[in-house]
Every structure is written in structure tokens, then in C-alpha cells.
Design a protein. Structure first.
Length: 581
């Protein structure tokens, strides 16, 4: 590839001038009150970044495979308490310590790394924390324990001077040897998913996922003992051939888009120097996880629901004490919750305070400058949480299009935005539905480009009623058998029509399309049948847009601006530092 014909992006020019590994000793002499843009780039490679408008720092901690000792929990709690830090759990089963004062950064960075918890490569262009299922090795559906594999992978890259901060872009990795997983891993750049071939268990390989895309089947099957070598060849291939020009096109996804999976795998093969087998049968099953789970060897697990990923030092101490007293183990999960695993009885003294188990809410404006909302606080009143939890509906909320809340890899997803579309500028959300996420079949589709904050709950409640009426076992099966047979234009109009009528007719009960009828004509006919007297019906000609605009104006507009002349939402999506992440 002609890497020199195009201009390297700014970050690459920094790397060429000085590698992060060479830079590292300089942090000892850095004035954290006055760091340069270059310093900012390099510090991210070691888990140090500024993430709030107050210019405080954040430290990101790599919790390998989400496994943490009670001694480490106690130390983190002590540090957070002493330095008045906020603790949040991340979607890569890690921990972030927020509100670190500039004068404490270096000292705390050293203290954390001395605990046996690395902060290296947790941000920037690095191999991020490798994620696996929280019940890895111990769940009733666990077939292959991946922890030993993850340790070997990490050993290869963590302090590798050719890799630290040197990749074209971050690589997120998922691996699971469990038949069922608490969250999907198809949003990762590379995912090793449990599979079977010729009677032997191993892993199928998927590549090119990101928060808005599903990783694609690379048609490769690996035995457990082959995974590490393949992973090394994969990382070295990406490091050699990855795109380093326009920053927004540097993920593996874009490289695969540019050169194709076949050519990329050809490069991997040159480094791997072995043959691989064709993909086996994927084994990823849908399962709803409860508060308590039965594990192998007559043990149990308990999910401690955090406050949308926020935990206090006192909570960590309580959990650590209980784990020590019961000889159980604490694990962090990609769902932002803490798990106590290896309990002898399904009995814990904690009462769950929130209904956040199936909701992944990104850091939000409290902790991330890119967010338009205070996502974690807003999630607590914005959603019908009890109904969501009872039905195990997976919700993802992101504060910007970057998508850390994995809003397109869950049942219902939201991106928090601001808009003047309905009147004075206020909070609104883009809404996605219908992802078939368990087996990586599809990402969620955009239902509404924008809905005002105070109407989001009613939209979600309506979707829940439709789900209940369908009798489907899960929201995901409702998506595949009902929602996804319709266009999103039809679905959004259907919902608006139902909101206007204050009644819900069952989507599930609608007459299915015959093969001869054109999709639009069929959907139009359904609307005519179900809303025969509604005034919006007259606005449907050869598309649904006018009828939709009419209903949105009537239902959501506060009368101060016309939706047709409101500013483009797209403009609001682009943060000026967006490319840096
Ligand atoms: S989704 Fe956007 S706002 Fe939320 S944590 Fe990621 S970058 Fe920040």
C-alpha cells in the first residue's frame, strides 16, 4: 500500500518523531498543569487523559479479563477516598478514576501500576483491554476458559515497544469460550467466538466490528492453542498495513473496506506462516441472566448492579469484605456491573438500588467532554427502568456518535444529542431498534433521527407494549420476527400514529406481506387499515415523510421553530476533538 503517497495524520507525525515508549521517561518531569497537545497524545498511551471541562485528569485501569482481587479493590477504594476521586466502571470491564488533580497524576499513576494493575495501552492507538464473558471458566455454559489465553496475549503486547501507542488506531478484542454471554462481543475489531468443528471446540474469528458495525466472519477456525499466535500475526499485520491518513478512517473496519477481507487475511497468513481451517459452527446462544446465576461445581454468582457504572469507595470495601468472608471472587463485566462469583449459596446482604442491569450508559458529560447529556443521571429518569429490567431488554445509551454505549449492539439504543428541531434548543435523542446482536446478525436501525427528551419514555413504553403483545420470548426475537420485517419509515410512522391515538395496535397481528405486493404499498395499506380516520393518512402519497413530519410537529413541536427549517442534526454530531479518541 502506498503509505507515503497520502499525508499522515497529526498523530502519526508525532509517533514518527518520537515513539510513546521513548517518550515515557519524560512523564517524570512533566508539569501536568501545562501539558502540550503532543503530551496529551502520549499520556493517553499510559492511561492518563483529561476528560472533564475542569481540566482534571482521569486514569484508566486495565482490569485483565475483568478479574480483580479484593486487595486491589481495597487499595483502589482507599486511593479514591483519600484523593476524592470518582470511580466508574467501563464497557471494557475496566475502571476509570476521575477528578485526579494535576499535582497527583504522576504519584497516582505509579501507585496504581504498583498494585499489579496496568494503565498502559488503555487509551489511544493501542490494544485495549481484552474482554471476555464475566462467567469465563465458571459458568454452566463455559466450554473453554479464555483467561490463560488472554494472559498470553497481554504478555505479548502490553510493554511491547513496537506496539505501545504505535498502532494506526485502537484494537478492541473479545474472546469467549462460553455458549452464552452477558453482552455481545461483535462490536470488537476482532472477536474469537466459541465454535465447534469436526467435534472439537475452538474459536471462529470475526473482524472489523466497531460501535456502529458488526464484526464480519473471517471464515477461520482456530484451536485454543493457536489463538495467541494468530492474534500476534493479526496485530502485526494491522500495525504494518493499517491506514494512517484521515483519522476518521483508521479503524480496522476501514482497512477491510479498502483492501477487502481476502487481501488482509493474505497479509496475516504471511506472518502466521501456517494454514488455518475454515470456520466451524458458531455456538453463541441467547440467554437472559438473572440477579443470581448457578455456576459449575454447585456455586453461585450475584450481579451487583452499580449506579450505571458509578461506584463509591465504600461500596468497593463492602463488596471486598463480603468476597473475603465468603471466599468468593469479584469480577467486572462489560455491562458496567460488579459480579460476586463462587458463592456457596445464592444469598447476599446487598439490596440492588438501581435497575441498571441491562442498561449500558456511557460516561456522559459528567466525565466526557464529548457528551451532550449527563447520560448516567438522565438514564435514571428517562427510561421505564422497571419494565426494562423485568423483560431483560438491553439498552445502550451513548453521549455522542462515537457510540461507547454500544447503542447499535443492543435491543434499544439512544444517542443523546441537543436539538432546536422542536423549539428552543433542548435535549433529544436518536433512537435505534432491532439489533440482532447475540449472533452478530445485524446492528440496530435508526427509528427516529431525533426525538425530544420528554417523549423518549413514551416511545420506549410503546415499543414494550408491542413486544408484550407479540408474545416473543425476548426483545431480540421480537426484533427479528416482527420489527425487522418492516421499514423503519413505516415503524416510525406507526409509532407516531399510535402516540397520536393514545392506543396501541399490535404490529405482531398485522397481516404479513404477500410476495406480490410492493413493500411500500403493503405498509401504506396497513396504515390505512389501522388509522383510517387519521388526518396524517391523507399526506401519504409515494412516501411517508410528509405524514411523519406532520405528526412530529403536532406531537413534539413546542411551536417555536419549524421542523423543516430546523438546523441539521448532523452538524451537532461533530465534536472538534472527535478524531482524537
Ligand atoms: S459515547 Fe461519546 S460522550 Fe459517551 S463516553 Fe464515548 S466519546 Fe464520550
Amino acid at each position: 500500500m502506498e503509505q507515503t503517497a497520502r499525508k499522515l495524520n497529526k498523530r502519526e507525525r508525532h509517533k514518527m518523531a518520537l515513539s510513546p515508549f521513548e517518550y515515557y521517561p519524560q512523564i517524570e518531569t512533566l508539569d501536568f498543569n501545562a501539558i502540550s497537545e503532543g503530551d496529551e497524545f502520549y499520556l493517553q498511551d499510559f492511561g492518563i487523559f483529561t476528560a472533564s471541562i475542569q481540566e482534571d485528569y482521569t486514569l484508566r485501569l486495565r482490569i485483565t479479563a475483568g478479574r480483580i482481587t479484593t486487595a486491589q479493590l481495597r487499595e483502589i477504594s482507599k486511593i479514591a477516598d483519600e484523593y476524592s476521586l470518582k470511580i466508574i466502571l467501563t464497557a471494557r470491564a475496566g475502571i476509570q478514576l476521575h477528578e485526579v488533580k494535576s499535582e497527583d497524576v504522576l504519584h497516582l499513576h505509579k501507585m496504581i501500576n504498583a498494585l499489579g494493575i496496568s494503565t498502559w495501552q488503555t487509551f489511544g492507538d493501542n490494544v485495549r483491554n481484552i474482554v471476555t464473558d464475566v462467567y469465563d471458566g465458571i459458568g454452566e455454559t463455559s466450554v473453554i476458559e479464555t483467561y490463560p489465553i488472554i494472559l498470553q496475549m497481554q504478555e505479548y503486547f502490553l510493554k511491547n515497544r513496537d506496539l505501545v501507542g504505535m498502532l494506526p488506531r485502537r484494537i478492541s478484542t473479545g474472546i469467549s469460550g462460553n455458549r452464552t454471554n452477558v453482552t455481545s462481543f461483535f462490536a470488537n475489531d476482532i472477536y474469537f467466538a466459541l465454535a465447534i468443528r469436526e467435534g472439537r471446540y475452538g474459536f471462529n474469528v470475526y473482524m472489523g466490528g466497531k460501535n456502529t458495525e458488526i464484526a464480519q466472519n473471517a471464515d477461520i477456525f482456530l484451536h485454543s492453542e493457536e489463538v495467541v499466535e494468530f492474534f500476534i500475526a493479526f496485530i502485526e499485520t494491522f500495525n504494518t498495513y493499517g491506514l494512517r491518513f484521515t483519522r476518521t478512517r483508521t479503524r480496522l473496519f476501514h482497512l477491510l473496506e479498502e483492501i477487502g477481507m481476502e487481501q488482509f487475511l493474505g497479509y496475516v497468513k504471511e506472518k502466521y506462516q501456517k494454514q488455518w481451517e475454515k470456520a466451524g459452527e458458531l455456538i453463541v446462544e441467547k440467554r437472559d441472566f438473572g440477579e443470581y446465576e448457578s455456576l459449575k461445581a454447585d456455586k453461585f454468582a450475584f450481579c451487583y448492579e452499580t449506579d450505571f457504572g458509578r461506584v463509591t469507595p465504600d461500596e468497593l470495601i463492602e463488596i471486598a469484605s463480603f468476597a473475603e468472608a465468603t471466599e468468593s471472587e469479584v469480577r467486572l463485566c462489560t455491562d458496567h456491573n460488579l459480579y460476586l462469583v463462587g458463592l456457596s449459596t445464592p444469598d447476599v446482604p446487598f439490596t440492588n438500588r438501581t435497575y441498571s442491569k441491562t442498561v449500558v450508559a456511557c460516561a456522559g458529560s459528567e466525565y466526557c467532554p464529548y457528551s451532550f447529556w449527563n447520560i448516567k443521571d438522565d438514564a435514571s429518569y428517562l427510561l421505564p427502568l422497571e419494565k426494562i429490567r423485568d423483560r431483560r431488554i438491553q439498552i445502550g445509551i451513548s453521549g455522542c456518535a462515537k457510540g461507547c454505549g454500544r447503542h447499535q449492539h443492543c435491543d434499544i439504543g439512544l444517542i443523546g444529542l441537543r436539538t432546536a428541531q422542536f423549539g428552543a434548543t433542548e435535549k433529544g435523542a436518536r433512537i435505534y431498534i432491532g439489533a440482532e446482536h447475540t449472533q452478530g446478525l445485524s446492528v440496530g436501525r435508526e427509528l427516529f433521527e431525533m426525538a425530544p427528551l420528554d417523549h423518549i419514555k413514551s416511545i420506549i413504553e410503546l415499543l414494550i407494549i408491542e413486544f408484550d403483545q407479540s408474545g416473543c420470548e425476548s426483545f431480540e426475537s421480537f426484533a427479528s420476527s416482527v420489527l425487522n420485517i418492516y421499514t423503519t419509515e413505516f415503524l416510525s410512522l406507526w409509532i407516531l400514529g399510535s402516540l397520536e391515538h393514545s392506543s396501541v395496535q399490535s404490529l405482531y397481528a398485522l397481516q404479513k406481506n404477500s410476495l406480490e405486493t410492493e413493500v411500500f404499498e403493503h405498509e401504506k395499506e396497513l396504515l390505512l387499515q389501522c388509522f383510517p380516520t387519521s388526518s396524517f393518512i391523507a399526506l401519504i402519497d409515494d412516501q411517508f415523510d410528509d405524514a411523519k413530519r406532520y405528526l412530529i410537529k403536532g406531537l413534539w413541536s413546542k411551536g417555536q421553530s419549524d421542523p423543516q427549517i430546523a438546523p441539521s442534526i448532523q452538524k451537532l454530531l461533530v465534536s472538534k476533538k472527535y478524531w482524537e479518541l
